[in-house]
Write a protein that binds this ligand. Structure first.
Ligand SMILES: [Zn+2]
Length: 479
């Protein structure tokens, strides 16, 4: 009897090991922040999914030996503006397999999705843009290729009740087209009243979708402080029932970031669904002709002209140069040196803070955010453990994304049945190389990157001619 059992066991295990996978990642340190797995395992990938995680050897048409390297879920960036191929390449080198435009949103969701279909190396998706809808209703649609309106009547004036209806209807159309929620850059539309904001949260709540927001105001000065702005959006979430994600708390709350975080934790403790994110740099960046630079910005941000720097050239602005650029219709982006390293060092390890890059061409955060966190906070300062850092880059954003689509349950996890979006990196060497002088320098240390089971980075080199990126869409599509 006992012998028969062992014969059967042998038979079953040989049948199982006969299974051939498309790819096997063999002998890596496999980390999954959800289950807490952190052990040497073999990972079998079949049909774009993680089919098997085992400590026994697995057969694969291709076996990639990754011993000594970390095998983790590919990073999910909830906040990526630049969606061009060059930016996607540097994101991939930084370990990112999904990069979504959630803060502001695409002006036209159908067009966004069509343009990227079959031409994207990493996964993509977007929210519906309140700013673009508002600009359209005010008769000043955003110029092609831009996401932020120039400061003017469409940003600074209050909307009539009729206009608010029209903006809401435009957003409903965009949600029907596959948007993942509503993106609201409230700082870029100071004319939007508190009631307009609540009405837009109402549209998100109708569809049980989240709102992502760049809050109304930065800085310390009352009224109009970052604290007041945090109260505004937490209030709108509480009133409407929509989930809320506050983007880049580092660049909006500045020296009040820890107080903003305590407001978020307080709201969460009392049942409001609010989350947040940060990126690990002292400077922000935005369009200089936007309403963020309407009169009063110096007092609000606690900085002056000299703290504004043109990317690449390093030119510090003067009043004359500022006036010229602020009044121009050309969308020049400018770096804003508004935070301190000491504050960033407190924000990044803070438990509720996810990592998201706010990636845009001209700022090193586009290329270096994730590697920089792994290098500086895990390896050098040791203020985060590796699995905690990975949780902020994978599981937490995936769980946020689950508010928009059940497909996200298969992302941000290194588990059987999950999508094979996987990063394989060397924890001893992974580093950002992008600087304010050279913002598009790709990070180093990612040895392999798989998107939906397709190898995109192979032994440190980008594979050319493959476009495995897929759309991540909300429930409106196909309604
Ligand atoms: Zn922003």
């Amino acid at each position: 009897m006992r012998n028969l059992f062992f014969v059967l066991l042998l038979l079953v295990s040989s049948l199982l090991s006969a299974q051939q996978y498309d790819i096997v990642l063999a002998g890596g340190r496999v980390i999954d922040p959800e289950t807490g797995l952190d052990a040497v395992r073999n990972v079998g990938i079949l049909g774009g999914k993680i089919a098997k995680i085992s400590d026994a050897p697995l057969n694969g048409r291709r076996v990639i030996h990754v011993s000594g390297l970390v095998v983790a879920p590919g990073f999910i960036d909830l906040h990526q503006h630049a969606q061009d191929l060059a930016s996607q390449r540097v994101k991939a080198c930084d370990g990112v397999t999904t990069a979504l435009e959630m803060e502001i949103g695409a002006p036209d969701v159908t067009k966004f999705l069509q343009e990227k279909q079959g031409r994207s190396i990493i996964n993509y998706g977007t929210t519906a843009s309140h700013l673009a809808a508002r600009a359209l209703v005010f008769g000043a649609p955003l110029p092609e290729g831009t996401i932020l309106p120039k400061s003017g009547p469409a940003t600074d004036q209050q909307a009539t009740p009729e206009q608010i209806n029209q903006i809401q209807n435009r957003l409903r159309e965009q949600l029907n087209a596959g948007a993942l929620g509503i993106g609201m850059g409230i700082a870029y539309s100071p004319g939007a009243t508190r009631l307009e904001i609540i009405d837009m949260f109402g549209v998100a709540a109708e569809r049980k979708l989240p709102v992502y927001t760049h809050m109304r105001s930065a800085g310390h000065v009352e009224p109009g402080s970052a604290i007041e702005s945090t109260e505004e959006v937490i209030g709108a979430a509480a009133i409407s029932g929509a989930s809320l994600h506050i983007v880049h708390i580092n660049s909006t709350c500045l020296k009040d970031s820890l107080e903003c975080l305590s407001l978020i934790e307080g709201a969460r403790a009392h049942g409001i669904d609010v989350t947040t994110e940060a990126y690990p740099y002292i400077a922000g960046m935005t369009a200089i002709n936007s309403a963020v630079f309407n009169p009063g910005w110096q007092e609000k941000l606690g900085i002056s002209y000299d703290s504004l720097v043109i990317p690449n050239t390093g030119e510090h602005l003067t009043k004359a140069r500022f006036d010229e650029l602020h009044h121009s219709s050309k969308e020049q982006w400018v770096l804003i040196y508004g935070n301190t390293q000491a504050m960033i060092d407190k924000i990044i390890p803070n438990p509720p803070v996810m990592i998201a890059s706010d990636g845009a061409v001209g700022h090193p955060r586009n290329a270096g955010t994730y590697s920089r966190v792994l290098a500086q906070y895990v390896r050098e300062k040791k203020s985060l453990t590796l699995i905690e850092a990975l949780r902020k880059m994978t599981l937490m954003p995936a769980q946020m994304l689950e508010r928009s689509t059940p497909e996200a349950r298969h992302k941000g996890r290194l588990q059987e049945g999950a999508d094979a979006d996987i990063v394989v990196f060397d924890p001893q060497t992974i580093s950002d190389r992008a600087t304010f002088e050279k913002p598009m320098e790709p990070s180093v240390g990612v040895h392999h990157l798989l998107v939906g089971g397709t190898v995109l980075i192979d032994d440190g080199k980008m594979v050319q001619g493959v476009f495995p990126g897929k759309a991540v869409v909300g429930p409106g599509k196909g309604r």
